[in-house]
Design a protein around this ligand. Structure first.
Ligand SMILES: CC(=O)SCCNC(=O)CCNC(=O)[C@H](O)C(C)(C)COP(=O)(O)OP(=O)(O)OC[C@H]1O[C@@H](n2cnc3c(N)ncnc32)[C@H](O)[C@@H]1OP(=O)(O)O
Ligand SMILES: O=C([O-])CC(=O)C(=O)O
Length: 370
């Protein structure tokens, strides 16, 4: 038995949800470029869960269900009030999703129907949880979700209490489309491993949130913003990035386990970053990002991944840095739950082997002789 470090190149499951073939990403066979330009996040979530694009009436039905389930139990809001004010936002989200399970009478119902309902409910509730956490830690009262708003619009509304403008809603919606699923990425795999023991959907999502949090995965979008803040202005890009490269530091938002010729989602976020910068009259973050890309791609051949330009996009939208990865979670929840449902539909315990590298034939020494 020989281990492959990081399971690189190992095919661990079959799946019909999303594919990356020759660098092309599809959701249910539809190219991500077409979805990014033409679909809303709700249509994409439907596509991931049900395997086909919704008709107009199916989409209306899904939106109505999302609207009807977006409120979170008062007990969960009360629990969020007890979190430390400086709690890590992904830790807070992980804890709150765990708490949601306690107040869902169907949490342990393993029927397919109940699990699809829970996927939709969680999709509706995640933005409410994150917005409530952000307001409570800022000394403000949480704002209840507003019926009739899209997932993107409702999230922005619940953060500020103001009706968001169309540009912001469209940009966030497109970002949600781009992040919704990505084959067997680390967080999706973590979720599938958890539910393959026939544990419940909440446990799978909690595992997935924990895996997304790390800076080698979803946490990279926040880390990109830390780097942009450290650089501070376009004239410092060259010196800071060259120093990082000379010190063999990783440049966050670059590289990918699967894409070696570029992440097809990055160009959409780059375009969005430029357009938003122009609209807001400040292209500094965009220009700094482009300069970083020129240096890192030029020197290391590494291309930006989905996390790189999302940092300037979200900052230009006025979103706090530590909400970037929770936003990734709002989007990826659709993919996680689609994979969890697929895992339940054709389940077998996921239990690989380890190549043992420890001592063999070691002897037990009684404690008094050690
Ligand atoms: C949504 C997402 O999860 S997208 C990924 C988000 N993560 C990041 O942006 C963090 C920065 N990137 C990375 O750490 C990596 O590229 C990962 C984790 C995404 C992929 O990792 P792996 O497939 O294991 O690639 P690995 O780490 O083996 O990299 C191969 C080589 O490229 C280098 N490399 C990879 N990414 C970077 C980077 N961002 N900056 C500098 N060097 C890098 C490695 O140091 C390694 O060099 P070496 O062969 O001289 O040791
Ligand atoms: O697939 C991966 O390894 C990481 C990634 O880009 C994602 O989850 O969107």
């Amino acid at each position: 038995m020989t281990a492959t470090k990081g399971l690189e190149g190992i095919v661990a499951t079959t799946s019909s949800i999303s594919s990356i073939i020759d660098g092309v990403l599809t959701y249910r066979g539809i190219n991500i470029d077409e979805l990014a330009e033409g679909a809303t996040f709700e249509e994409v979530a439907y596509l991931l869960w049900y395997g086909k694009l919704p008709t107009a009436s199916e989409l209306e039905e899904l939106k109505a269900k999302l609207s009807a389930s977006a409120a979170i139990p008062a007990e969960v809001i009360d629990a969020i009030r007890l979190y430390p004010q400086d709690a890590n936002s992904m830790a807070a989200l992980r804890t709150a999703v765990s708490a949601l399970a306690l107040y869902d009478p169907a949490a342990q119902d393993m029927s397919r129907e109940a699990n699809v309902d829970k996927a939709i409910r969680l999709q509706a509730q995640l933005p409410t949880v994150i917005a409530a956490f952000d307001r409570i830690r800022s000394g403000q009262e949480p704002i209840a979700p507003k019926a009739g708003l899209s997932v993107a619009a409702n999230f922005l509304y619940m953060l500020t209490g103001e009706t968001p403008d169309d540009v912001a809603v469209k940009a966030l919606d497109q970002a949600l489309v781009l992040h919704a699923d990505h084959e067997l990425n680390a967080s999706t795999f973590a979720g599938r491993v958890t539910v393959a023991t026939l544990s419940d959907i909440y446990s799978g999502v909690v595992s997935a949130i924990g895996a997304l949090k790390g800076p080698l995965h979803g946490g990279a979008n926040e880390a990109v913003m830390v780097m942009l803040e450290e650089i501070g202005s376009p004239d410092r890009v060259e010196s800071v990035i060259n120093e990082k490269l000379a010190n063999k530091e990783k440049i966050m938002g670059f590289g990918h386990r699967v894409y070696k010729n570029g992440d097809p989602r990055a160009k959409h976020l780059q375009k969005m970053s430029e357009e938003l910068g122009k609209l807001k009259g400040n292209l500094d973050l965009y220009r700094m990002s482009v300069q970083i890309e020129e240096i890192v791609t030029g020197q290391k051949g590494l291309k930006p991944n989905v996390d790189f330009y999302s940092a300037s996009v979200y900052t230009t939208l006025g979103i706090k840095r530590d909400l970037f990865t929770p936003i990734f979670a709002i989007s990826r929840l659709s993919g996680w739950t689609a994979h969890i449902l697929e895992q339940y539909d054709n389940n077998r315990l996921i239990r690989p082997r380890a190549e043992y590298t420890g001592p063999t034939s070691a002897k037990f020494i009684p404690i008094e002789q050690r």
